[in-house]
Write a protein that binds this ligand. Sequence first.
Ligand code: SF4
Length: 178
Amino acid sequence: MTKLSQAKADVKEFVGKGPSHWQPFVTTKLRYLADWGRKYSLWPYPFGTACCGIEYMSVLMSRYDISRYGAELVRFSPRQADLLVVAGTISYKMAPVLKQIHGQLCDPKWVISVGACASSGGFYNNYCTVQGIDEIIPVDVYVAGCPPHPENILRSVIRLQEKIQAGADFPRGMKVEL
Ligand code: SF4
């Protein structure tokens, strides 16, 4: 008996036993599985420079509990993080530091811009304030508000998770407003 006919016979025997004898199995794509793991294991690097940083701290506490979304493992080394959370005003003097830190994050990496100041300069329309961090680095999700509600920040994490699961099909620059 050839290998092919042996294989056909094996399949026939397996199918012939009926569903009660079949072993359960799951099929998926490797990329889907990897993205599923990534979205529930975000390691944030907080770049908090002003009041929005306090709002971000509150979502880490038990009342809002960001660990429900798998994003509580805050790191203070960019080499151990893949999510940059920019919360607060960014001055042009600080801009090169932010750019360098973004470059040091692990790939694949994502950025959440928390609050009006980080997203657009807020009411600091002057010579020293960056008018939105997307002038310096790519942003995945913008969080509206001054300051944004903690729920708004949680919502941005959920939007980012949707983006990660969708892979390259999801556009950058999602806006989150409650
Ligand atoms: S957006 Fe408002 S709360 Fe946030 S850093 Fe700017 S001034 Fe502070």
